[in-house]
Design a binder for this molecule. Structure first.
Ligand code: PLP
Length: 392
């Protein structure tokens, strides 16, 4: 049986080069970067090297990079920092969107219980675009943060981040973007984006899990979530995960070096899969047709349960994901699909397929064929589908 991993928005395989880059730091150069002896200094030099390389990939200064345990922590820390600085000046209003990752939305919900006022902007139906004009209209005298994701993890829609960044900068309002799905997948320049904070995670671009980074523009407030040591210039207590950081730096450089080549193959493969799935009756593409990540395909098939689809595809060696909140063990449709304006029953039938540079045309053709068959099979057993077709 084939094995085709199409769940790269959830996590990616570690690249062989990134794995090699990590190995010396498990036992050879294992020192604590904070130690003064040679072992420590070697580790500290490696840490600095990784910081410089990651900064270079983003157009940032090395001092603007803080290593974290991943995307969630980077998101939390950015919001926490801006919110606390805002509160100290009597500004407790935050603007965000309905389709953010839970690492943003749940943190904002916790701030609401602490007296913050949060405006959640709707997105354009179907495409999931945040309108810059809506952001501008939501800004107030007491706005202390705007946080809008770069690219959505479910539907792949890429937001007009440079436009939103520019209007925030003009009003001198701190701007954070969760770029966890974008870094390593599209070119990013923090200065051009006018981002004050930007989150990334190693495991979304073929680096290791459990490591990420927060870019924080020079002069913007940055507060530690973890108290204890003075690591990361006092911005994050705890001994650095050096092997993971080295792996992340290598994976990011590699992803960006291969970007042109990857896109030249992946975008046509993505579009080939989209074209095949569009042939299925009552199938709809979720997210923006063109302003979307090169690796993202997201469909709803009326009359089909996403979970059932996933399980049958898994049985054929294909790893995909559905829009249901599988992490919580519930079958509620995702907040992202609902925010697109999809009715509950349709949002239930969603399927997300996210490609990587390791996917081939043969993989895509096999997958498209498998989905066609599985959807047909499920619909043949579905009372919902019977009702839908009888209505016509
Ligand atoms: C994966 C992801 C996160 C969380 O990153 P972790 O490294 O798993 O903590 C946050 N935001 C987006 C958009 C993501 O895709």
């Amino acid at each position: 049986m084939r094995s085709i991993y199409l769940d790269n928005a959830a996590t990616t395989a570690l690249s062989p080069a990134a794995k090699q880059a990590m190995l010396p730091y498990f036992d050879g150069i294992f020192g604590n970067p904070s130690s003064l002896h040679t072992w420590g200094q070697q580790a500290s030099a490696a840490l600095q090297d990784a910081r410089e390389r990651i900064a270079l990939c983003l157009g940032a200064d090395p001092k603007e990079i803080t290593f974290t345990s991943g995307g969630s922590e980077a998101d939390n820390q950015a919001i926490f920092s801006a919110a606390m600085a805002g509160a100290a000046r009597g500004k407790q209003h935050i603007v965000s969107s309905a389709i953010e990752h839970h690492a943003v939305l749940y943190y904002l919900a916790s701030l609401q219980t602490q007296g913050f006022d949060v405006t959640i902007l709707p997105v354009e139906p179907g495409t999931g675009l945040v309108r810059p004009a809506d952001v501008a209209a939501a800004l107030r005298e007491d706005t202390c943060l705007v946080t809008i994701m770069f690219a959505n993890n479910e539907i792949g829609t890429i937001q007009p981040i440079a436009e939103i960044g520019a209007l925030c900068r003009q009003r001198k309002i701190p701007f954070h973007t969760d770029a966890v799905q974008a870094v390593g997948h599209v070119p990013i320049d923090v200065r051009a984006l006018r981002a004050d904070y930007l989150s990334l995670a190693g495991h979304k671009f073929h680096g290791p899990k459990g490591v990420g980074a927060l870019y924080c523009r020079k002069g913007m407030p940055l507060r530690s979530l973890l108290l204890g040591g003075a690591q990361e210039r006092g911005h994050r207590a705890g001994t650095e995960n050096l092997p993971a950081i080295m792996g992340m730096a290598s994976a990011l450089e590699e992803s960006l070096a291969l970007l042109g080549q990857t896109d030249a193959v992946m975008v046509p493969l993505r579009d080939r899969l989209i074209a095949r799935l569009r042939d299925i009756p009552r199938a709809r593409l979720n997210g923006h047709p063109t302003l979307r990540l090169p690796n993202n395909v997201n469909f709803c098939f009326e009359g089909v349960e996403g979970e059932a689809l996933l399980l049958l595809l898994d049985a054929q060696g294909i790893a995909a994901s559905s829009g249901s909140a599988c992490t919580s063990g519930s079958l509620d449709p995702s907040h992202v699909l609902l925010a697109l304006g999809l009715p509950h029953e349709i949002a239930h039938g969603s399927l997300r397929l996210t490609l990587s540079r390791y996917i081939t045309e043969a993989d895509i053709d096999y997958t498209a064929e498998a989905i066609l068959q599985v959807v047909e099979r499920l619909r043949a057993m579905s009372p919902v589908w019977e009702r839908i077709t009888a209505d016509r």
